[in-house]
Design a protein around this ligand. Structure first.
Ligand code: HEM
Length: 267
């Protein structure tokens, strides 16, 4: 007989744990794709962000994109956050110093990882909300008759870059209104504009480091939760993989933050 959902053999709390865990893995895979695409604005020096533009245009041309964004991105993130908040609020740390009223076992690195997994949860909660509001609502390119428009502030490189990318610039109330021929180019200008600011660069640095630690420390614990890495040896070996991916993906994210404006698209 198949156990019923909600029964003792298949309790709802167990299902929610698994759902939280699966959505965590899914968002971590999305993080790899997202930071890889963003790094293309910076890594291919001298190509004026062409690879970034074509990747963003490819994504933007996917049919029913808003539906896909809601079902494959917003809903999994919301599920993960909903149960994440519950788990993080009920967590008890044992890596901190204590007056004896609670266990204190700071010598075990995994206890510190447990604490950081929860600290980064709070950072990510606020950072994800701010990021979505910033990029999806405040700075989202506006579709106009001959392309996509964004507001920019004058800088030393914008005139020559606009010529190379076929972007029209119009002065407007002390700012510039840029009309890009396609969505990808408009997004490149938005990202370049954001990473001019040292404050935004500092906030995004914390965001990227928190996301990479949380995501790939999480993939390591995911493998244990699902019974894939059971022996100590397999867990040790897999930590080399997850730590390696953590560093590589953080490198891609930091590259986008530090090199997009200041190195690749400054002039
Ligand atoms: C960039 C965004 C995020 C990614 C990539 C991500 C990824 C993950 C992954 C892969 C796991 C491991 C699941 C497992 O052990 O089976 C995890 C665990 C966890 N996540 Fe997230 N997560 C993100 C955002 C958040 C947010 C915003 C919160 C809450 C506000 C949160 C709360 C948690 C908690 C509490 C755990 C530990 C669950 C446990 O081991 O009991 N996460 N996350």
């Amino acid at each position: 007989m198949v156990p019923k959902v909600g029964s003792q053999l298949f309790p709802l709390a167990f299902i929610f744990r698994r759902l939280h865990s699966l959505t965590g893995l899914f968002i971590s895979l999305f993080l790899i794709q997202h930071l890889y695409v963003n790094s293309q604005a910076a890594l291919f020096l001298g190509d004026d962000g062409k690879s970034f533009i074509s990747s963003v245009n490819d994504i933007h041309s996917i049919p029913y994109l808003p539906l896909i964004e809601i079902t494959l991105l917003a809903i999994p993130i919301l599920i993960h956050i909903w149960w994440g908040i519950l788990y993080v609020r009920t967590a008890k740390f044992n890596s901190l110093s204590s007056d004896g009223s609670a266990p204190s076992l700071p010598n075990y690195p995994r206890n510190h990882a447990f604490t950081w997994q929860r600290i980064t949860s709070w950072i990510l909660l606020f950072a994800i909300i701010a990021h979505v509001v910033h990029m999806r609502f405040i700075r989202y390119p506006e579709e106009v008759e001959n392309g996509y428009a964004v507001e920019l502030v004058q800088d030393p490189g914008i005139d020559s870059l606009a010529k190379r990318l076929d972007v029209k610039l119009e002065p407007q109330n002390g700012q510039i209104r840029a009309v890009a021929p396609d969505f990808g180019t408009a997004e490149l200008l938005v990202v370049r504009e954001a990473f001019k600011s040292p404050l935004i660069m500092a906030l995004y640095t914390i965001f990227v480091l928190a996301a990479c630690f949380h995501g790939f420390n999480g993939v390591w614990t995911f493998m244990i939760s699902w019974g894939i890495t059971i022996s100590e040896r397999s867990q040790k070996s897999f930590s080399i993989v997850t730590n390696g991916v953590m560093v590589a993906v953080a490198f891609l994210g930091l590259t986008a933050i530090y090199l997009t404006y200041w190195i690749n698209l400054y002039e």
